[in-house]
Ligand binder design. Structure first.
Ligand code: ASP
Ligand code: MG
Length: 453
């Protein structure tokens, strides 16, 4: 059972967590995030300290107060003093770290990784005492990462065997472990699985231990047919296949951290999304089966701030291969792509979308890769369009509904929305369109109304 930041953020929500976990009968591993908002605050405080802004001390005090509120409101009388003293030592260490950053006026990635680890270190320590009879486990001892393309990626094999070892003697009751934090397999220094990575920690543990189910407890009722802030009529989706949930996440649904799904999918362990703030809601059940769906697709998701690249050239065949290999090698995520060939002109055209924040790097990589071809004319055009968004529809039904793709694109076109690119995903269960961001909200409403209401 993984509980996110909102679930563990206040005395009231943590009380729900306590009731939910203590009501479980089987052995359960509880993975927790930092108290809601603390990770952001840790980063902000360190950034201020680094810039010599003395007000970092107020931010630090806020962090102390948030933890004190939980300690005072929820720690049992018999251990409150002792546990708060332990948290106090960690807080002192954090204070020293901020002070050091202020003195040096510089912060490395490694130091920032240390800073952000404090959120989960403190939350897990306290929650292990809030839940009756729970035992604390320390994830950096068994979640190991390695450095690849400048990022910390889990070493799955090593992590798998270390998790089994760590939990070998655990067969009943409750274990509590911090999400998100890990350590480098070579240096032993603390690392993390990326923002939102607590879900991933839970999935790794569930997969290694062969859990019956992975429950992700969050602050929404489940996956929805659309973002309810944009579409008031959005509904909870009761069941999804693994692939559907992956596609919804990859194309913008923010319910779970996308890498979470793979380890449990691989072991066929179902995922249930539940709402800590509304525990009676059934949530979304995700498993390896296609449950018939009365709608043409399950849901619609979107990503804002996207850039669309188009490359045209006479480097037949190899154009797409070269583009995508240079981007993947350098860790640039391609959200979608389309390719076309013109036989008579021996010309091919490749369009692909990236997140805006990766666009500049993608452009640099491409102009370097095609330096020679750009000057000898084999690459004729290399263009970028900004202020775009993707809109994706996702559902297993799309496999069978021939022509659904053009129908949906047609609905948009008929309503005067220019569709700049259309791509069908490899899984064949998603269809993504690139639109101007200004058209996004209207388009979401239109598609939801026409096909999902
Ligand atoms: N606390 C981390 C974050 O805010 C990890 C998580 O909550 O999943 O990103
Ligand atoms: Mg999260």
């Amino acid at each position: 059972m993984k509980f996110g930041g909102t679930s563990v953020g206040t005395v009231a929500s943590l009380r729900n967590v306590k009731n939910i976990v203590e009501g479980e009968s089987g052995p359960v591993v509880v993975v927790v995030s930092a108290l809601g908002g603390i990770t952001d605050r840790l980063i902000a405080t360190a950034t201020k300290a680094c810039g010599g802004d003395a007000s970092w001390r107020e931010d630090y005090d806020y962090i102390v107060d948030r933890h004190r509120a939980i300690a005072e409101g929820l720690l049992p009388d018999d251990c409150r003093k002792e546990v708060w003293a332990n948290v106090g030592e960690i807080l002192q260490e954090l204070h020293n770290l901020f002070y050091g950053i202020e003195l040096v006026g510089d912060i490395s990635q490694r130091t920032m990784d240390r800073v952000v680890s404090f959120g989960e270190r403190m939350s897990s320590l306290m929650i292990a005492h809030v839940i009756a009879g729970a035992r604390l486990f320390y994830s950096p001892e068994f979640v190991k990462t390695e450095k690849r393309y400048g990022e910390n990626i889990p070493d799955s094999q090593l992590t798998d065997s270390l998790i089994r070892e760590a939990f070998a003697g655990f067969s009943e009751g409750v274990a509590v472990a911090p999400g998100f934090i890990s350590s480098d397999r070579d240096s032993g220094k603390v690392t993390n699985l990326g923002r939102g990575g607590s879900d991933f920690t839970a999935a790794l543990i569930a997969a290694s231990l062969g859990a019956d189910v992975l429950e992700i407890w969050t602050d929404v009722d489940g996956f929805m047919t659309a973002d309810p802030r944009v579409i008031p009529g959005a509904r909870v989706i009761p069941r999804l296949s693994f692939v559907e949930s992956m596609d919804l996440c990859n194309f913008g649904a923010k319910v779970i951290y996308p890498p979470t799904i793979y380890p449990v999918f691989h072991k066929n362990i179902p995922i249930i999304i539940r709402n800590t703030l509304n525990p009676s809601a059934p949530g979304t059940f995700i498993a390896d089966e296609h449950v018939p769906c009365e709608w043409p697709f399950r849901g619609v998701s979107s990503i804002k701030d996207v850039c669309l690249f188009t490359v045209t050239g006479t480097v037949p065949g190899s154009l797409a291969t070269r583009i995508f290999s240079v981007l993947t090698k350098n860790g640039v995520e391609v959200l979608l792509d389309t390719r076309s060939e013109s036989a008579e002109r021996h010309e091919s055209e490749v369009s692909f979308a990236t997140r805006e924040k990766e666009a500049e790097r993608a452009a640099e990589l491409l102009s370097k890769e095609f330096d020679a071809e750009l000057s000898n004319g084999e690459v004729k055009r290399l263009t970028q369009r900004h202020k775009l968004s993707t809109l994706s529809i996702v559902g297993e039904n799309l496999k069978n509904l021939e022509g659904m793709a053009s129908k949906v694109a047609g609905t948009l076109a008929a309503n005067g929305v220019p569709v700049l690119a259309v791509a069908r995903g490899n899984s064949e269960i998603n269809l993504s369109m690139v639109l101007q961001s200004a058209d996004l909200e209207n388009s979401l409403r239109l598609i939801h109304k026409t096909y999902l209401e």
